[in-house]
Design a protein around this ligand. Structure first.
Ligand SMILES: CC(C)(COP(=O)(O)OP(=O)(O)OC[C@H]1O[C@@H](n2cnc3c(N)ncnc32)[C@H](O)[C@@H]1O)[C@@H](O)C(=O)NCCC(=O)NCCS
Ligand SMILES: Nc1ncnc2c1ncn2[C@@H]1O[C@H](COP(=O)(O)OP(=O)(O)OP(=O)(O)O)[C@@H](O)[C@H]1O
Length: 198
């Protein structure tokens, strides 16, 4: 059993995935996988340097995430180039981890957290898709607050993803995370009860 978990940047996917793990679900996290393929020595990082140049590396040979982010969240064609390099490997690893967890734990729910699930057209990989929603104004506020970003930087990130209202419309299950932590937890309790994963 699996669900795809998505939303916009900073709408609360990690918050919700932690609640689901607390219930006994198993987690595959695309952001963690995306960081692994960017470690020194990984062929994906080598391909990224091949395209963007040595300037996206720090002195110790690790990726300068801030510098690459500044390039790709400003320029859609560079973002597309980065996605073309990184996404096939990330997708392969997501699929492998998900299938392995499902095989070993046939009675458990496997939750796959993928920020760009709809943008990458991956909805068909999952039995159901859960969207963690907040209106854009709250999303912007929380992103600026959490990442110490200016309004321009945060808007650029949000603008590089599908609109959160559109994601909400595509969802099988919507978790509204615009209230407080307790209100979100209640929705997860209810989802868990209804879904019969207990
Ligand atoms: C550009 C990079 C180096 C910036 O690193 P940074 O540490 O600032 O951000 P981080 O990786 O923690 O990502 C934070 C959030 O940004 C958003 N985001 C990241 N990459 C993208 C992208 N290509 N397009 C749109 N949104 C993105 C996601 O919501 C993600 O959760 C990094 O995001 C990256 O390697 N991106 C390419 C891989 C990717 O698409 N990852 C996200 C989905 S798997
Ligand atoms: N219900 C809430 N009320 C107030 N703040 C919240 C709530 N839920 C999450 N936050 C805060 O909003 C920020 C974004 O939440 P979180 O990190 O869970 O989002 P995310 O969707 O996983 O982000 P990303 O796309 O970057 O991975 C965090 O700083 C978190 O502490």
């Amino acid at each position: 059993m699996n669900i795809g978990l998505t939303g916009g940047i900073a709408t609360g996917k990690s918050t919700v995935s932690a609640l689901l793990v607390g219930k006994g679900a198993l987690l595959v996290d695309a952001d963690v996988i995306a960081r692994e393929v960017m470690l020194p020595g990984h062929p994906v990082l080598e391909a990224v340097v091949g395209h963007f140049g040595q300037a996206v590396l720090l002195a110790d040979g690790t990726l300068d995430r801030k510098k690459l982010g500044d390039i790709v969240f400003r320029d859609p064609s560079q973002r597309q180039a980065l996605n073309d390099i990184t996404h096939p490997a990330i997708r392969r690893e997501i699929r492998e981890q998900m299938e392995s967890l499902e095989r070993k734990n046939p009675d458990k729910l496997v939750v796959v957290d993928i920020p760009l699930l709809f943008e990458s057209g991956l909805e068909h990989m999952f039995e159901r898709v859960m969207v963690v929603y907040t209106p854009r104004v709250i999303q912007l506020e929380r992103l600026m607050d959490r990442n110490q970003m200016t309004k321009n930087e945060a808007s650029a990130r949000i603008g590089s993803q599908m609109d959160i209202e559109e994601k909400k419309l595509k969802a099988d299950i919507v978790i509204d995370n615009s209230g407080n932590a307790e209100q979100t937890k209640r929705q997860i309790d209810e989802f868990w009860l209804r879904s019969g994963y207990i």
